[in-house]
Write a protein that binds this ligand. Structure first.
Ligand code: 13P
Length: 250
């Protein structure tokens, strides 16, 4: 069984033809990727196409964002029940772009996390510090506070069915990857923070690293004790580079 997760967050990229190109490339190139569960996070309009094109494969589907409310007058939002109809397994909550550009706070992120688990889907909780926070020595305080908001709302044992993605804001889309040692230090601190209240869940939960991950940086990141895969942005838009990251998990 795959013990790593390599997740491709397409963000607001793709087109019908690009979806087919990426997915056919992935389907043809799965050899050597069995060390990782591959997951793609398409924009909402392509969910049906992705579900159809991935039918019968091992590649999972994720949602980039979700509404915590079940249904009703929430113009522009998408519910968990809708996502489930399209074979979604994972839901990103609290991506730094949602926090920074759409003003999502810890309470909203926690509501999405709780709703995702209630719908029997798996949240991927995204956490990470800005460059300014890192330079001021606040990295662990910021990240642990983001995790603590979930512990307060959902309980630490909720991490039995959740994934954490550590994505330093300064590393996202900048070409600056955290060094393996920098990433490992934060991953270890997150695991220790959860372990204070839920040691069993902390030991088994997966913590992904995200931020300018490429095939060149993946293997060394994956060799770290507390890194269990990656959340990939730019490099997930080409089958070849995404597969190479999957192969690094072998
Ligand atoms: P990049 O890999 O493009 O830096 O994006 C990372 C990310 O935000 C994935 O969610």
């Amino acid at each position: 069984m795959a013990n790593m997760i390599v997740a491709g967050n397409w963000k607001m990229n793709a087109s019908k033809s690009a979806v087919t190109e990426i997915l056919s490339g992935l389907k043809q190139g799965l050899v050597g990727t069995s060390g990782a569960e591959l997951v793609v996070f398409p924009p909402f309009p392509y969910l049906a196409q992705v579900q159809q094109e991935l039918a019968g494969t091992s590649i999972r589907i994720g949602l980039q964002n979700v509404c915590a409310a079940p249904k009703g007058a929430f113009t522009g939002e998408v519910s968990l029940a809708m996502a489930a109809e399209f074979g979604v397994t994972y839901v990103l909550v609290g991506h730094s772009e949602r926090r920074a550009l759409f003003a999502e706070d810890d309470a909203q992120v926690a509501a999405k996390y709780v709703a995702t688990q209630a719908a029997n889907l798996t949240p991927i909780l995204c956490v990470g510090e800005t460059l300014e926070q890192r330079e001021q020595g606040q990295t662990l305080a910021v990240v642990n506070a983001q995790v603590q908001a979930i512990i307060d709302a959902a309980g630490a044992d909720s991490f039995a069915n959740a994934v954490i993605a550590y994505e330093p804001v300064w590393a996202i889309g900048t070409g600056l990857t955290a060094s393996p040692a920098q990433a490992q230090a934060v991953h270890q601190a997150i695991r220790e923070h959860v372990a204070k209240v839920a040691p069993v869940e902390a030991a088994s939960m997966k913590i992904l690293y995200g931020g300018s991950v490429t095939a060149a940086s993946a293997a060394e990141l994956f060799a770290q004790a507390d890194i269990d895969g990656s959340l990939v942005g730019g490099a997930s838009l080409q089958a070849e580079s995404f597969l190479a990251i999957g192969q690094a998990a072998q």
